[in-house]
Design a protein around this ligand. Sequence first.
Ligand code: DGT
Length: 230
Amino acid sequence: KIISRMAHAALASKSDLGRPFTVAVEGNVGSGKTTFLQHFIKNNNVAVFAEPIDMWRNCNGYNLLELMYQDPKKWSFTFQSYVQLTMLRQHQKKVIQPVKLMERSLYSARYCFVEKLSRDGLMPSASVAVIDEWFKYITKYEDTTVDLIVYLRTSPEVAYERILTRNRSEERTVAFEYIKALHDIHEDWLYHKTLHKCVAPVLVLNANLDRSVIEGEYEKYEPHILNKIP
Ligand code: DGT
């Protein structure tokens, strides 16, 4: 019994030391997650994982992101299945740094994007059920722990303006109504906390600020983000 207790304690301390403080950066499409991540790239204590969008654009030669926007009824299940796999891989990546910063997570894929597709009737409930079974299995048996969510909070107008300016080819058909609805879902999940489970404490940042001042805002909250607040 004593040995088993010691083994248990050793395991517990290993996981305390071995798991990085994991931060998921969330926010609407166009909220500035990429700019936020760039701010931390030069920090040696932080492992930064950008969203696997290049993989979505080339899955064995198929641009799934484009297919999803072109014909969501036909392709959204395929796309979300692949998003779920690529996000799982991000969660699983081992790092040597004490802090792991991820752009989005398994959670926003399910709680924001699948949610929206489901509400719009673009993903049939049988497909949502299959995504959900995978989601439950993965989050039960894999370590997908998030310690902090940074919510880059924008107005839908600002997010939409940034999408128009960056002019990503797959997003040319995105309408303001879609961005507004996604905004409301993010708000209900991370701000009002009325939708789905909030898997970690949420740090809300004003991401409407202009690029020239936003760096200062990020610096102000850096100790929280890097788990330096006792
Ligand atoms: P940023 O830097 O805040 O402007 O970030 P974005 O807009 O580059 O990144 P994100 O994740 O908000 O959106 C990437 C594209 O993928 C966007 O067109 C929305 C689309 N998308 C559709 N379904 C999903 C999903 O389940 N997860 C993610 N992440 N993106 C999805």
